[in-house]
Each structure stands twice: as C-alpha cells, then as structure tokens.
Design a protein around this ligand. Sequence first.
Ligand code: CA
Ligand code: CA
Length: 158
Amino acid sequence: MLIVVLAIATNVDGQTKSTRAAGVYLYQHPNYGGDSRYFNANTPNLDADNINFADVASSVQVVDVPGVNLYDGRDYSGAMLPTSADIPDLTIWGFNDRIGSLKIVASPTQGAILYEHPNYGGDWRIFETNAPDLDIGTINFADVASSLQLLNIGGVSV
Ligand SMILES: [Ca+2]
Ligand SMILES: [Ca+2]
C-alpha cells in the first residue's frame, strides 16, 4: 500500500501527498484547481451551509485512505462512483459537477482488497471476512478482480 501511494505521489502546491492529512479532497475544477474542500468523515450533504460544494467538484484526490464512494444525490443516493485513486477529471466517469454526498471507506484492520485492474486499479471491494460467493448483490464482483492486496497480515500494519 505504501509503495503504491508513493509511486503515484505528485506535488500539489509544493506538498507531497504523504505530508497531507488523510482523507478526500474535492476540487472545483479539473486537475485539482480552483476552490476545494477536505473531508475526513462520511458527508451526507455537500449542500450543507458549512460545505456549500454540491454539484461543484470536477476532480478528486484520495490521500492515505482506502477509497471513497462518491454519490450523485445527498444521503448517499443516486448514481455512485467508487474510487481508490485520484481522478483528475470527473468528466471521464460522467460525474463532473454532480457529487452530492460521499462515504469514505474506513481502513480495515485485517482482510484483503480485490481490485478490478492490475496494480490495484479500478473498482474495488474490501473483505474483512470470508466471502464464499462474489456474485451476490452486495458484492457483485465475480469474474472481475485482477489484483489482490492483503491487509495487516501477521500483525504487520500496511
Ligand atoms: Ca466544477
Ligand atoms: Ca448531484
């Protein structure tokens, strides 16, 4: 995990990602430009007075958390876009100026993460217990995974 994060670290305003607070950063414009907001907890309504960022974000950065689920509507409703990586332009996923709420994926203490693409890319699912059937509705990941990341194996935190 650490190796992957460092490999994609980029300079943002003179800071590397590893020195920034863990969480999710939404930006008004593509390529992490314009106004921004920082989130370190689930947020059911980006239109709240103290946030005022609904249907604004055009890019997103994921810093030292497993990932984030981005929702079109408030209260985690409507279309959902999960990501474990930075997205410089949400237009690519049809999500530009649409995000209304978000859920940050908590760091599991043990288990594994399956990823859609090699090198821990694309969509993902976290497993903290055995999963005998990846085809059930809440998982819906059968015949999808191309890479797997083990977490906290042997008591060593990753
Ligand atoms: Ca925008
Ligand atoms: Ca929306």
